[in-house]
Write a protein that binds this ligand. Structure first.
Ligand SMILES: Nc1nc2c(ncn2[C@@H]2O[C@H](COP(=O)(O)OP(=O)(O)O)[C@@H](O)[C@H]2O)c(=O)[nH]1
Ligand SMILES: [Mg+2]
Length: 331
């Protein structure tokens, strides 16, 4: 298999999309032998010189994410850039429908030789989705993609998760009637680098312009972040249908990315993200070992009954489990 992995790594480095798809399937697999291969493959491919602009994109269903990615992605590939699209949708196992919709809305991009689109796997556990997605991002970078768009629906933790693995975080908003600011959680406003009010066309154009002005006002009230130049975060109008504002949005993204590179924020942010993933991998690995250890499992089952009936506090039960573990160096 090592030989196969070498071949896969080599093909992937040339930008071969089938090799990339195979590699992502490997990192998505729940099988232990696949996990070991995935880890080996990622180590083989590690190359800090291959770096894409990672753009996180979030927005509620129907706001136009798929339409935006199709239009925006196509503009980027027309400039010669290679664009990968990954989706994070922890609910896709339940709904299933969003992928079907995406396939028709991203028809042009999915046929574009400079693009690669990977729908969310039918996996519901957020922890698994996080690992799979950040590893898929690394694979896209190793394959030489210039831009990686990471799309998520604006529900629950998936939004935070995507923001934490992106260089830039873009929030897509629909034009509204004035009370729409309340619909966006403050935490998400604080993570956004760019707010794009989509559907700024036809009847909705003036509403979109007002909404963008409202958001621009709200953004000015937020605490200034060290990773932002003057004027950021920004709120702009776009239309994924007429392409209006898409070039301006791309210019803003590039300007922000360049400023952050020049001022050390880019490197610092990536280093911090890597450190966090490393700690998370160790944490997950330890938990997996605990789950696999028969004595620990037996103790947890036994104690959980007493915790459940209230005869033992959870903290005391946990202390008993931890106390019976071998010393860290004892393995
Ligand atoms: N007028 C207008 N409609 C749009 C625009 N972008 C998306 N839509 C429409 O909004 C609906 C939802 O779009 P979709 O891309 O599937 O949204 P998603 O659920 O966020 O991926 C579709 O009917 C699109 O045609 C836009 O810029 N202008
Ligand atoms: Mg969609």
């Amino acid at each position: 298999m090592t030989h196969d992995l070498d071949t896969l790594a080599e093909r992937l480095r040339t930008g071969d999309r089938r090799a990339l798809a195979r590699a992502i399937t490997l990192v998505e697999s729940g099988r232990a032998d696949h996990r070991a291969q995935a880890t080996e493959l990622l180590a083989k491919l590690a190359d800090p010189r291959r770096e894409a602009l990672r753009i996180g994109l979030s927005g509620t269903p129907g706001v136009g994410k798929s339409t935006f990615i199709e239009a925006f992605g196509t503009r980027l590939t027309a400039q010669g850039l290679r664009v990968a699209v990954l989706a994070v949708d922890p609910s896709s196992a339940r709904t299933g429908g969003s992928i079907l919709g995406d396939k028709t809305r991203m028809e042009r991009l999915s046929r574009d030789p400079r693009a690669f689109i990977r729908p969310s796997p039918s996996q519901s556990e957020l922890g698994g989705v996080a690992r799979r997605t950040r590893e898929a991002v690394s694979l896209c970078e190793a394959a030489g993609f210039d831009v990686v768009l990471i799309e998520t629906v604006g529900v629950g933790q998936s939004e935070t998760l995507v923001a934490e693995m992106s260089d830039l975080f873009v929030l897509l908003i629909a034009p509204g009637g004035g009370d729409e600011l309340q619909g966006v959680k403050r935490g998400i406003m604080e993570t956004a680098d760019l707010i794009l009010v989509n559907k700024a066309d036809g009847d909705m154009k003036s509403a979109a312009t007002r909404t963008a002005a409202d958001y621009a006002g709200a953004l000015r009230l937020l605490r200034k972040r060290p990773q932002d130049p003057q004027g950021f975060p920004k709120a702009l109008t776009v239309s994924a249908e007429t392409d209006e504002g898409l070039d301006a949005a791309w210019s803003e993204m590039q300007a922000l990315a360049e400023w952050r590179r020049a001022h050390g924020h880019w490197v610092a942010r990536r280093a911090e993200q890597n450190a966090r993933w490393f700690a998370e991998e160790v944490r997950q690995g330890l938990l997996a070992r605990l789950r696999e250890d028969p004595a620990t499992r037996e103790a947890m089952e036994r104690l959980s009954r007493r915790v459940a009936d209230g005869t033992l506090p959870p903290s005391a039960a946990a202390a008993q489990v931890l106390d019976q573990l071998p010393e860290a160096s004892g393995r």
